[in-house]
Design a protein around this ligand. Structure first.
Ligand code: CU
Length: 181
């Protein structure tokens, strides 16, 4: 009997505590969803909203050339423009002299740090690239004196950062690809 009442008292206390907790939760304002770095998959630019009008550049191939030096952490140029719907063929040349390898990775806006960190975790054998939804296109790791390339379909109109995911490079080695409607 004594044990039963102890258990009962314990349950009451537990129920009370849980109830308190719920009240507390309700008082807390919902966290701002936009503050997190990881965007939900639905936020990634998908196909153009209106399916009625296909982009004029649909099927057209755009040739792009980006140069990097094996001594510095910079892309040349730092701005690129392609029309939506086009097929993009990009060549990255890493010029000697120097010892730095580079890659070129197109990512969703605001995901540079995440994509670079994920690539870093994958290591050199993976070109410092981790396949993920926020990584839109990338070349392999390009050694000094060589070139790399990638062909991809231009994403929906907007501005997209491109970075080098070689460890320590992404904060300086970056540019912006503008996709025009
Ligand atoms: Cu680099």
């Amino acid at each position: 009997m004594r044990l039963n009442s102890t258990i009962f008292a314990g349950l009451c206390l537990l129920a009370f505590a849980c109830n308190k907790n719920e009240e507390k939760k309700e008082e807390t304002p919902p966290p701002p969803s936009a503050s997190t770095a990881v965007a939900p998959p639905s936020a990634t630019p998908a196909a153009p909203a209106s399916a009625s009008a296909a982009p004029a550049a649909e099927g057209k191939t755009v040739e792009l050339k980006v140069t990097a030096q094996a001594t510095t952490m910079a892309f040349d140029p730092t701005t690129l423009t392609v029309p939506a719907g086009s097929t993009v063929h990009l060549v990255l040349e890493n010029k000697k002299p120097g010892a730095l390898s580079h890659n070129w990775a197109l990512v969703n806006p605001g995901t540079e740090a995440k994509v670079a960190a994920d690539g870093l975790a994958k290591g050199e054998a993976a070109n410092y690239i981790a396949p993920e939804a926020d990584l839109l296109a990338n070349t392999e790791l390009v050694k000094p004196g060589t070139t790399g390339e990638v062909t991809f379909k231009a994403p929906a109109a907007g501005k997209y950062p491109y970075i080098c995911t070689f460890p320590g490079h992404y904060m300086m080695m970056k540019g912006t690809l503008t996709v025009t409607p």
